[in-house]
Design a protein. Structure first.
Lengths: 254, 193
């Protein structure tokens, strides 16, 4: 499998368009972006790739997070050499200072610094954690990207003061047939025929994780096929991927 | 009062202005500098359009170089103009590899490359392996037992690394004498033996 990020999919394009909207937002204080979608569609991989490419910071919310733990993790992500102070107020001021310095350094380099909070569903019902993120984002107008499975969008309806800060919502959807073809072209070491692409799109149900699993199986057949495109005929009787719900292997049939 | 030291660039330019071809060995022999100093100085002169490499083994001063010599211009290694934007190493693969490693904490090179490459890098896997080796040598990462499965049927798998020292967002730099950590502003010498 080729080791690269495929940015040609509709989800990645929607995400990047959302980022652009966030950066060009009309209201300066609307600095939040919400990215959601069911598991397995590539949200975490996309935001991690984007964070690395753009020099942002990423933290992952935990189920037991409270504002103090959130702050400690944020400070550690920004500067692991610091020992966070004990009081929340001091941590908050320290975090603002660190965020400001990273934002200034990014501006000098002609880019925008952003913070990504993954697994944000863990805290979507914790008003204090959400308010803390809003305060940090508001104060310095630094974009925060909140990534979750969908609960956060509903939860925000209860907190209009936070919802009003969301500049853009991006929903990750099941990969289309074109997305499946783009992933196969971008990642698979061998050429995949159209009939197998269509079949894979159907059985994987647009889930990126499953598509990548199938690529590994297709590549094995590709080696035996000596450079010719791998289609349904070549894969017939071979395992393509494992069903996520049942764990049972899915073989290629007619 | 002692006379100001003549810069290396000026010493090299002094040889080049007579219009003859000089190669690096000759410049080294006649300038009183080490070969490394001559190479660095020649590089700076070429960068500043004061010298040129006409062909292999032939360095000469340009017209601008002759003029600079005649005017007695001060030739330094500093920036030629003010830099409005601070130079960034964001474009360096190692910068993004370090960022990816900080994110993942434990990973193998192929997975790091998925996040770090932009396309167009020459020999990204080889350079990534070299960088990880330097980090391991300095004690910043540790090789984990077991390997991540490779995609080829005959693959032995990929080495896995765990990040031991997360010193901050700036990527450590491998130098000849050790690993320089810009987050802590310290040089970790390579272990001997």
């Amino acid at each position: 499998m080729k080791h690269r990020f495929v940015a040609d999919t509709s989800n990645a394009a929607r995400f990047l368009a959302g980022v652009q909207t966030l950066l060009e937002r009309g209201a300066a204080e609307a600095c939040l972006m919400v990215v959601d979608g069911v598991p397995g569609l590539g949200k975490s991989e996309t935001v991690e790739w984007w964070t690395v490419q753009n020099g942002g910071a990423l933290i992952r919310a935990k189920a037991e997070w409270r504002p103090t733990w959130l702050m400690r993790e944020l400070i550690q992500a920004l500067d692991p050499n610091l020992v966070p102070p004990h009081s929340f107020e001091k941590m908050y001021r320290l975090a603002l200072g660190l965020l400001g310095r990273r934002a200034d350094a990014a501006r000098l380099e002609g880019r925008t610094f952003a913070v990504v909070v993954d697994e944000v569903d863990h805290i979507c019902r914790d008003r204090r954690c959400l308010e803390t993120l809003r305060d940090l984002s508001d104060m310095l107008e630094i974009p925060f990207v909140l990534v979750g499975m969908g609960y956060v969008r509903d939860a925000l309806t209860k907190y209009p003061q936070i919802a009003s800060r969301v500049a853009v919502y991006v929903e990750f959807r099941a990969a289309s047939r074109e997305d499946t073809a783009a992933l196969l072209k971008g990642l698979c070491d061998c050429e995949v025929a159209e009939d197998l692409t269509t079949y894979l799109h159907q059985v994987a149900r647009g889930r990126v994780r499953e598509i990548k699993e199938a690529i590994r199986h297709i590549e094995r057949q590709g080696l035996r096929n000596k450079g010719k495109p791998v289609g349904i005929a070549e894969m017939r009787g071979h395992v393509l991927l494992n069903d996520r719900e049942t764990g049972r292997p899915i073989e290629v049939r007619e | 009062m002692t006379a100001p030291a003549t810069s290396h660039s000026r010493l090299v330019l002094e040889r080049l202005i007579n219009g003859e071809c000089w190669d690096l060995d000759e410049l080294t022999a006649h300038s009183g500098l080490t070969r490394r100093q001559v190479v660095d100085a020649a590089g700076r002169l070429i960068r500043d359009d004061l010298a040129e490499r006409v062909e292999r083994g032939c360095y000469q001063a340009t017209d601008a170089g002759v003029l600079a010599w005649q005017r007695g211009d001060r030739l330094t290694s500093g920036p030629r103009e003010s830099r409005e934007v601070r130079r960034t190493r964001r474009e360096a693969l190692n910068t993004r590899l370090w960022a990816a490693l900080r994110l993942e904490r434990k990973s193998c090179i192929p997975d790091l490359l998925v996040k770090a490459v932009r396309g167009g890098e020459r020999d990204a896997a080889h350079n990534a392996a070299r960088y990880l080796r330097a980090l391991r040598r300095a004690g910043y990462v540790r090789e984990l037992p077991g390997r991540a499965p490779g995609s080829a049927p005959t693959s032995n798998g990929h080495k896995r690394y765990a990040l031991l020292v997360d010193s901050g967002p700036l990527a450590p730099v491998a130098r000849r004498d050790g690993l320089y950590d810009p987050n802590r502003k310290e040089l970790i010498p390579w272990p001997t033996g």
